[in-house]
Design a protein around this ligand. Structure first.
Ligand SMILES: O=P(O)(O)OC[C@H]1O[C@H](O)[C@H](O)[C@@H](O)[C@@H]1O
Length: 538
């Protein structure tokens, strides 16, 4: 397979040592030219080493690798998830389209019916008409993992200021501590449990659901009435004992990590209400329209993808820090870890050939300003370059605390400025000289205070974090991952890499119980299993 990044790699060789600040000096309009807008979002990528020639090569890459064709195919319901022979239509769940055909069938009427049923259920529950044994539902526990947890959990936290319904809780880990600690504070008589699993076979979720059922059954006479299920395997939900009127189904053409728009978002809908949920979907639909219609040079998902590829595949920076200056986006990095790393963490191209370049980067991050007091040291002065994606809102949602939000925003801008500008040895020396140092000690101390600068970052700015802007933000990242995947030539919509560990875990449980022989295991696994058996008194 040809390395499609070859022209960019050659270009990068000629520019990689220059200072980004020089690009600003040479082109006073750079901040305007290397930025783009979509609805409420402004994406500034001027603090990168991309110049006009580099951008042209990047856009050329998007054009020659078939991004536009693949995009049209995705939205039209073609089976672009080729290793699972599935369409990729999470966009249908937020689409204003009258009809979308998959295998000749219009998927929109049943989808609209399910959304209406979700809305009716959420409203009845919020208004206290759908009750538990002890009266109105006060708490909703969503049991799910991966895409059946991260989306609604991240979005529920992000929409805290819009929460008008029962309290939401999320249990994901098979570690009994998670469900124990969550249920400990709840009254089973006024709790609704949502079992969220696309496949309804995921061991963590089924185990936690069973634990919740036992907990509920101790007090509630008909526990099934306080359970709802979300799945694309509705036959399995019936076997679990959840009646069809509280089962919300979706088709397998919605990937788990893309499913927050589908019934997997039910907990969020209960928390913020169907109208706010519709605004969340509308924000995403607006981003879909932008992604479909804007030219590549002004297309936010395309530009985010191109900047990502520039940093990872072209310049060789292996990680990407996502740094939201917005405390309620605290779970966004975790959400994006699944979205980006499960989608684009692949090693072969669509046709099965080894990739001649790296696939997706390691994505990580924490909200600012917290991260500043933890890991930014490495970002500023470490030996590796970490491209940073700052996400920041101009205004908070607490009118009395706007002075704090202003400080937050100032910190965000200060960080990207510091990364860009750095501090020279001369400046550091002058500072230390003022403190009275001289000679060899002056130089030694000054060197510790040098910031190399010339470190790339992007800033995504919008006004406020609302259900609409959250929807747009998530859709932006979904499409960015899609574009990166198309350019890399991989399938972003399967996740075979999670299977092996699941199989081995199932085989190891009986070994740990002493019911099966672990002789065939490697020495380390066998020794650890033996020690665990000892510690557990088995
Ligand atoms: O929704 P479920 O079928 O329970 O799947 C939950 C999660 O588990 C899997 O292992 C996948 O890696 C994820 O993509 C998925 O979101």
């Amino acid at each position: 397979m040809m390395n499609r990044f070859a022209p960019l790699l050659a270009h990068a060789e000629t520019v990689k040592d220059r200072h980004i600040l020089d690009l600003f000096a040479a082109a006073p309009e750079r901040a305007r030219d290397f930025a783009a807008e979509a609805g409420p979002f402004l994406f500034d990528y001027s603090k990168t080493n991309i110049d006009a020639a580099g951008l042209a090569l990047l856009i050329d890459l998007a054009e020659t690798t078939g991004v536009a064709e693949r995009r049209a195919a995705m939205f039209a319901g073609a089976k672009i998830n080729e290793t699972e022979n599935r369409a990729v239509l999470h966009t249908a769940w937020r689409s204003p389209a009258e009809s979308i055909l998959v295998d000749g069938h219009d998927v929109m009427p049943p989808l609209r019916a399910t959304l209406a049923r979700m809305g009716a259920f959420a409203t009845a529950l919020r208004e206290g008409r759908y009750t538990g044994q002890g009266g109105a539902i006060t708490d909703v526990v969503n049991i799910g993992i991966g895409g059946s947890d991260l989306g609604p959990a991240m979005a529920a936290l992000a929409c805290t200021a819009f929460a008008t319904g029962p309290r939401l809780h999320f249990v994901s880990n098979v570690d009994g501590a998670h469900i124990h600690d969550t249920l400990a504070g709840l009254n089973p008589e006024t709790t609704l449990v949502i079992v969220a699993s696309k496949t309804f076979t995921t061991i963590e979720t089924m185990t936690n659901a069973e634990t919740a059922r036992v907990w509920m059954a101790e007090v509630v006479k008909t526990p099934a009435t306080q359970f709802a299920a979300i799945s694309s395997a509705v036959d399995k939900t019936a076997a679990f004992g959840i009646p069809p009127e509280r089962v919300f189904g979706f088709e397998d053409w919605v990937g788990g990590r893309y499913s927050v728009w589908s019934p997997i978002g039910l907990s969020l809908m209960i928390g913020i209400g169907p109208e706010a949920f519709a605004r969340f979907q509308a924000g995403a639909a607006a981003m879909d329209a932008h992604f479909l219609n804007a030219p590549f040079s002004a297309n936010l998902p395309v530009l985010l993808a191109l900047v990502g590829l520039w940093h990872n595949q072209v310049l060789g920076h292996a990680t990407r820090a996502v740094l939201p200056y917005e405390q309620r986006l605290a779970r966004l990095p975790a959400y994006l870890q699944q979205l980006e790393m499960e989608s684009n963490g692949k090693r072969v191209s669509m046709d099965g050939a080894d990739l001649p370049y790296h696939s997706g980067p390691v994505v990580w991050g924490e909200p600012g300003t917290n991260g500043q007091h933890a890991f930014y040291q490495l970002i500023h002065q470490g030996t590796r370059v970490v491209p940073c994606e700052f996400i920041v809102t101009a205004r908070g949602l607490e009118p009395d605390l706007e002075h704090q939000h202003l400080l937050l925003v100032a910190n965000c801008l200060a960080q990207s400025e510091a990364l860009l500008r750095g501090r020279s040895l001369e400046d550091a020396t002058a500072i230390m000289r003022k403190k009275g140092l001289e000679g060899a000690e002056l130089e030694r101390q000054a060197r510790h205070r040098v910031f190399p600068g010339n470190r790339p970052s992007t800033t995504l700015l919008f006004d406020q974090l609302t259900p609409e802007t959250l929807g747009g933000l998530i859709a932006l990242y979904e499409h960015r991952v899609f574009v990166e995947g198309v350019i890399l030539g991989i399938n972003s919509f399967d996740q075979w890499g999670v299977e092996l560990g699941k199989e081995l875990a199932l085989a190891l449980a009986p070994v740990l119980e002493g019911k099966a022989d672990g002789a065939a295991k490697d020495g380390s696994t066998r020794a650890l299993a033996e020690r665990i058996r000892e510690l557990r008194g088995l």
